[in-house]
Design a protein around this ligand. Structure first.
Ligand SMILES: C[S@@+](CC[C@H](N)C(=O)[O-])C[C@H]1O[C@@H](n2cnc3c(N)ncnc32)[C@H](O)[C@@H]1O
Length: 360
């Protein structure tokens, strides 16, 4: 076959795969959300649709259609006996698709693109022509999902894995002795509340622009009886900040979404005391599409950026860095913001992010 015709045929096959996998992702996200994989996982033997529906409290007719997607998509196995059908989720797939799988659970991410599509399909389509940003208010169902995901991760790794990895454990020693700490984009305050509990001699301040999150963070701190943490409604890129306030500043997944990330980085540099450090945890990627060409999750991550991170960062003529702003751009902005040096390292138990440790 002529090379060009072969290329067309291969691409046509790829398009069929894309349509099937895209559809499969949507159905998997719905099934994950309503506990259909958990229901399937309870059976050691192939089971009829009726029993699986009963097990999961699901409607049998809906489940039958959903199982059709899962079987043709190669997720669930089907068996036939006396004209009856029986379904089975291979036991090897269970930890990858259910909540009990902990760190192995990838099923949770099947909800991400369907949720973003639900929140902002029309706005992104229109933004492709107008260049307009999309406000945070558009994404409420997505935030509830992301908050649950991020909080589960912070609970697992922040105190015992991440912080001991910062400066070879030196920051943990200083936290025990008593320092001042700020979390930029603190959301509902989980990180700071965990730290305030673990390090009672240190003082903690959280900044976020979302009032609902700040109130929730305050309520949680009060419910835990914490007196060494406060939360402030504060734009990290705002013009007036007090210099030399903090020994340690952190930003988990909270710089690239901002409309004025460069101003935020300059403020962070200013707010650090002499000898202070800033931990920026952000996506591990290059700024160049060419360099990201073989990233195993590249299409997924760029889609999340296209549908959320970039448009929220474009509001009010914002910079709109997007999640895939990458190492080269991050280093250039940190340097221009005045940090004297930046070390970029991998993070234990986190293949998606890099740790930028910036020195005042
Ligand atoms: C993706 S969330 C990350 C939340 C949290 N740090 C975590 O690890 O789960 C980004 C947070 O940054 C906040 N944010 C966005 N722009 C901000 C700004 N200019 N100043 C302060 N916070 C901001 C958002 O409201 C949101 O809570």
């Amino acid at each position: 076959m002529e090379a060009s015709a072969k290329k067309t045929e291969q691409f046509s096959q790829k398009l069929s795969d894309i349509l099937n996998y895209g559809a499969l992702n949507t159905a998997m996200g719905i099934g994950y959300a309503c506990g259909a994989f958990e229901a399937l996982s309870k059976f050691d033997e192939p089971a009829p649709c009726e029993s699986i529906a009963m097990q999961g409290g699901l409607d049998e007719r809906y489940l039958k259609e959903w199982l059709g997607v899962m079987v043709t998509g190669g997720i669930v196995e089907v068996f036939e006996e006396d004209d009856d059908e029986f379904y089975m989720l291979p036991k090897e797939y269970v930890p990858l698709l259910t909540r009990g799988g902990g760190n192995s659970n990838m099923g949770v991410y099947t909800q991400e693109i369907p949720l973003l599509t639900h929140c902002a399909f029309n706005e992104i389509q229109s933004g492709m022509r107008t260049g307009d940003g999309v406000g945070y208010e558009q994404y409420q169902p997505f935030y509830a999902f992301m908050e649950e995901l991020a909080n589960a991760k912070h609970e697992q790794v922040l105190i015992d894995t991440f912080l001991p990895s910062v400066q070879g454990g030196a920051i943990v020693e200083r936290l025990h002795q008593g320092i001042t700490v700020c979390d930029i984009g603190c959301a509902d305050g989980l990180v700071l509340n965990l730290m305030a509990q673990a390090f009672p001699h240190s003082k903690f301040v959280g900044f976020d622009i979302d009032e609902k999150s700040i109130r929730k963070a305050e309520q949680r701190a009060a419910a835990s009886g914490l007196t060494n943490v406060i939360f402030t409604l504060q734009d990290a890129g705002a013009e007036v900040v007090e210099a030399e306030q903090f020994d340690y500043i952190m930003a988990f997944d909270a710089i690239h979404d901002q409309t004025r990330p460069f101003e935020a980085l300059k403020n962070i540099q200013l707010m650090l005391k002499s000898g202070g450090v800033f931990s920026m945890v952000d996506i591990k990627a290059s700024s160049s599409v060419m360099q990201n060409k073989n990233h195993p999750m590249g299409a997924f991550l760029y889609t999340v950026s296209l549908m959320h991170c970039m448009p929220v960062g474009l509001v009010n003529d914002g910079m709109g860095l997007g999640m895939m702003w990458g190492k080269e751009q991050a280093l250039a902005l940190c340097e221009a913001a005045g940090f004297s040096s930046v070390e970029v390292t991998d993070i234990p138990e986190d293949g998606f992010n890099s740790h930028y440790l910036c020195h005042k």
